[in-house]
Design a protein around this ligand. Structure first.
Ligand SMILES: NC(=O)C1=CN([C@@H]2O[C@H](COP(=O)(O)OP(=O)(O)OC[C@H]3O[C@@H](n4cnc5c(N)ncnc54)[C@H](OP(=O)(O)O)[C@@H]3O)[C@@H](O)[C@H]2O)C=CC1
Ligand SMILES: CC(=O)[C@@H](O)[C@H](O)COP(=O)(O)O
Ligand SMILES: [Mn+2]
Length: 383
């Protein structure tokens, strides 16, 4: 059966890899909507190639520019801004929405897509961190599936494979350690944006690559797992695994441990989310364990990776605290990428925002948006 797909963030790392997956199975997938931000050149190419009904861009000016770039025979409806993103999420005949924009701006389009009954292939982890209870409650009420795209969560999903909740002992999320894995905190003084962007195993967008270097990414993933798998923070552990071959594992009540492995290539979890429950061939190189010879694991160092501790604190505090952790981190990472602050200031900014915030329990959407705005303002002023 053909699946109709809408991609929010089609010009990014996950978005382009999703289109690569789609291009290998033209008989299975139809692209109904594409949403990007500023890269109208790439959006124009994608539109000509995949012929979506609707395309969304960041602004009205960019919408006009995109219109100029498109030939007459590829003329989708062009929309823009947050409303345009929400239309791409909810207002086409798409069956499945790939949420691959970066940051908590993905929250409202994701809620709109769920409200419209669309299956979610979820890459945008910030959405679940910021408002996991709202997203999962709505998905439950609407009978909508949240299929994980994030490699670790896809791994956990595959390991759980329908096992009953009572059989689960704990989830172990693996962390590569990022670009500064072997540096002490003292050695992190003065590290550059270019160094931070050099991830050892994955080629990803800038924001997640910095999150990986600070370990905020793993913190976000712990909170993402809490909501996707309805587990407590005591049931989620993190282990450093420099090779990123074991994408995560699950320990069961009887002591059995099931891991999911593969070469680090996001096209595998993306494709699995799109074809689930089927598995289809991919062009990804095969895993050769004999050639690798060894895999390494070591304990998380919570003193070295402060973001990891802050993330567990935020998750355990609950309410609006994860929203604040996420929003303050987004501001700090953007400032670091603009070379306005030092790498080591990122976790300071997040810690200060969390210390100044009193978490509101069981927040609705309005309270989440208010906490997000408050944290952005606090983080900007504390720089
Ligand atoms: N990259 C990876 O391997 C993984 C990513 N993820 C998660 O997936 C999400 C996307 O990450 P990644 O692909 O790396 O990020 P990128 O930075 O590569 O891509 C972000 C995408 O969001 C779009 N975008 C940004 N702002 C807006 C806006 N205002 N309106 C519409 N679109 C916008 C960008 O458009 P444009 O470029 O045109 O401005 C781009 O298409 C993140 O939440 C990340 O944590 C999870 C696991 C792995
Ligand atoms: C590919 C993916 O899922 C990323 O989230 C990746 O896991 C980042 O790697 P680390 O955060 O483990 O460095
Ligand atoms: Mn991940």
């Amino acid at each position: 059966m053909t699946k109709r797909i809408s991609i929010l963030g089609s010009t990014g790392s996950i978005g382009t890899q999703t289109l690569d997956v789609v291009s290998h199975y033209p008989e299975r997938f139809v692209v109904t909507a594409l949403a990007g931000g500023n890269n109208v050149g790439l959006l124009a190419e994608q539109t000509v190639r995949f012929r979506p009904q609707l395309v969304s861009v960041a602004t009205k000016e960019l919408a006009a520019k995109l219109r100029e770039l498109l030939p007459a025979e590829a003329a989708p409806r062009i929309v823009y801004g947050p409303e345009g993103l929400a239309e791409a999420a909810a207002a086409t005949d798409a069956d499945i929405i790939v949420t691959a924009v970066v940051g908590s701006q993905g929250l409202q389009p994701t809620l709109a897509a769920i409200e419209a009954g669309k299956t979610i292939a979820l890459a945008n982890k910030e959405t679940l961190v910021s408002a996991g209870h709202l997203v999962t409650d709505l998905a439950r009420r609407k009978g909508v599936s949240l299929l994980p795209v994030d490699s670790e969560h896809s791994a956990i999903f595959q390991c759980l494979n329908g096992e009953p909740r009572r059989a689960l002992k704990r989830i172990v999320i693996t962390a590569s350690g990022g670009s500064f894995r072997d540096k002490s905190r003292t050695e992190l003084h003065g590290v550059t944006v270019e160094q931070a962007l050099r991830h050892p195993n994955w080629s990803m967008g800038a924001k997640i690559t910095i999150d990986s270097a600070t370990m905020a990414n793993k913190g976000l993933e712990v909170m993402e797992a809490r909501w996707l798998y309805d587990v407590s923070y005591d049931e989620i552990d993190v282990l450093i695994h420099p090779e990123s071959i074991v994408h995560s594992f699950v320990e069961f009540a009887d002591g059995s441990v099931i891991a999911q492995m593969g070469v680090p290539d996001m096209r595998v979890p993306i494709q699995y989310a799109l074809t689930y429950p089927e598995r289809l061939p991919t062009p990804v190189p095969r895993l050769d364990l004999a050639q690798l010879g060894k895999l390494h694991f070591r304990e998380m160092d919570f003193a070295r990776f402060r973001m990891m501790r802050l993330a567990y604190d935020a998750g355990r505090a609950g309410g609006t605290m994860p929203t604040v952790f996420n929003a303050a981190n987004e501001v700090a990472v953007a400032r670091f990428l603009r070379r306005e602050i030092e790498f080591l200031h990122i976790d300071d900014i997040v810690e200060r925002a969390m210390a100044a915030h009193t978490a509101e329990a069981d927040p609705g959407l309005e309270a989440i948006l208010a906490a997000d705005a408050w944290a952005r303002d606090h983080a900007s002023r504390s720089i």
